[in-house]
Design a protein around this ligand. Structure first.
Ligand SMILES: Cc1cc2nc3c(=O)[nH]c(=O)nc-3n(C[C@H](O)[C@H](O)[C@H](O)COP(=O)(O)OP(=O)(O)OC[C@H]3O[C@@H](n4cnc5c(N)ncnc54)[C@H](O)[C@@H]3O)c2cc1C
Length: 414
């Protein structure tokens, strides 16, 4: 591959490493701003990015609004299945929280989509982004920092190439190579859990309720889907994962029933299972000179709170809003890697990020720590949430995606 520099010696103003859900959402959000854009993704286009799989994603209302504004939602093969009610309970405790969207004057808290279909809709939208050079399949091998940008060495079917960019966006996932190359460390916590996910059908068809149940072995959840089935998530202690995955369908249906209970009726059918070992990986900083981290590269959180993509999308929207602002102020002189712009990104992301990490981690630890004191505290907490007006609001606004500085495209519509 040979290099093709612009007149200023740069190939791209903004180079996105990673074409997963977040890197792709960023490409869409930058459309129309006039930058020379590049995106590097290791996977083959026909195979789809590794994150475009069978996992079911609960998307907050804010995320659905933003994906609609970006022109992504109309490309979904199946429209989002609305979450009209949230039901949160704890095995062995008295309390449960029931939150109803209608009581809060909204039609739904959010909706559930299949990651594979969201990935395909994003792909179709990314293909229409003006001025975007897609480098795929191509693997990032090395990132070198210069005073005015970065040099990124990539390898693709046609050989190696070095790209020069003014702003580097690391959206290359939990084990981000770019993050390490930029010298940004991580804090890591292994929850010792594996999440087993599959589609399943129960006696009672989904009615818009999303169920979350906490047990000492991990969280168990049912997300409503179209077509009469649920997306199920079942946390199991890591040491048990192989045994649970090896169960036949009937045995797994019984196991799930035992863990979840009978609120949705008898489990009738279970689909193919997949497993995800769960760890939190949190970057110590969100920026380096002329570089930002976003999505899982910036923070990989426990999926129990259904926050990861929602949060990463807000990272992407925030950066796009700042680069649009820079363009509007100084058109051709605008520099997307400007230090003040990057400081603005870190500042705007701080509250949402901290609160969402604390929320997801709090839920995950509460479910993983048996003990009498915790037991009582949890009961009280759940009861209080359910019965004292006002206490549920932070949970509701978080579930809908309104935390900290909310990017414009994700703000509630009138
Ligand atoms: C079981 C489960 C359930 C979940 N449920 C929810 C939910 O309900 N709601 C929610 O909001 N979130 C949920 N999440 C989280 C969500 O899936 C992630 O937050 C999201 O997929 C992160 O996307 P990303 O683009 O940041 O990272 P990734 O999906 O990891 O994408 C990174 C991309 O970078 C590419 N890449 C990596 N290294 C290189 C390299 N060196 N060169 C080139 N390319 C490279 C990879 O191929 C990949 O495509 C869930 C996660 C799991 C595991």
């Amino acid at each position: 591959m040979c290099g093709m520099h612009g007149g200023d010696g740069f190939d791209h103003d903004i180079l996105i490493l990673g074409g997963g859900l977040v890197g792709s959402a960023l490409a869409c959000a930058l459309d129309g701003q006039g930058w020379r854009l590049g995106q590097v993704e290791a996977s083959e286009p026909a195979a789809g990015a590794p994150g475009f799989d069978e996992r079911k994603l609960a998307l907050a209302r804010a995320s659905l609004d933003a994906l609609l504004a970006l022109g992504v939602l109309p490309g979904l093969a199946t429209p989002p299945a609305p979450i009209r009610r949230l039901h949160v309970s704890r095995a062995g405790d008295f309390g449960s929280v029931r939150l109803d969207a209608a009581e809060r004057g909204v039609e739904a808290f959010g909706g559930v989509v299949l990651a594979r279909e969201l990935g395909q809709a994003l792909e179709a939208r990314v293909a229409r982004v003006a001025g975007l050079e897609r480098l795929r399949p191509a693997r990032v091998l090395e990132v070198l920092t210069d005073a005015d940008g970065h040099r990124v060495r990539i390898a693709g079917p046609a050989g190696e190439r070095t790209l020069r960019c003014r702003l580097l966006v690391a959206a290359d996932g939990t084990r981000s190579l770019a993050r390490a190359a930029l010298g940004i460390g991580v804090r890591e916590h292994d929850y010792g859990q594996t999440l087993v996910i599959c589609s399943l059908a129960t006696e009672r068809a989904p009615d818009g309720t999303a169920w979350e149940r906490f047990t000492d072995s991990g969280p168990v959840a049912l997300l409503p889907m179209h077509g009469g089935h649920y997306g199920s998530i079942c946390g199991v202690p890591r040491g048990d994962a192989a045994r649970v995955l090896a169960m036949d369908d009937a045995a797994y249906a019984d196991y799930f029933q035992q863990r979840f209970g009978w609120r949705a009726g008898r489990v009738r059918r279970v689909g193919a299972r997949s497993a995800y070992p769960i760890a939190a990986v949190l970057a110590e900083r969100l920026t380096a000179p002329r570089a930002v981290l976003m999505g899982n590269a910036a923070q990989t959180v426990h999926p129990v709170g259904a926050q990861g993509f929602n949060l990463g999308l807000r990272d992407a929207l925030t950066l796009a809003e700042l680069t649009a602002g820079a363009r509007a102020r100084s058109a051709d002189a605008a520099d997307p890697g400007d230090a003040a712009l990057l400081a603005g990104y870190a500042a705007r992301r701080a509250d949402d990020r901290a609160q969402t990490i604390a929320f997801s981690d709090g839920l995950a630890r509460a479910t993983a720590t048996p003990g009498v004191a915790m037991h009582v505290a949890r009961s009280l907490g759940l009861l209080a949430l359910g019965h004292v007006p006002g206490l549920a609001e932070p949970l509701v606004s978080g579930a809908m995606g309104y935390r900290g500085h909310v990017p414009a495209l994700a703000r509630p519509r009138a």
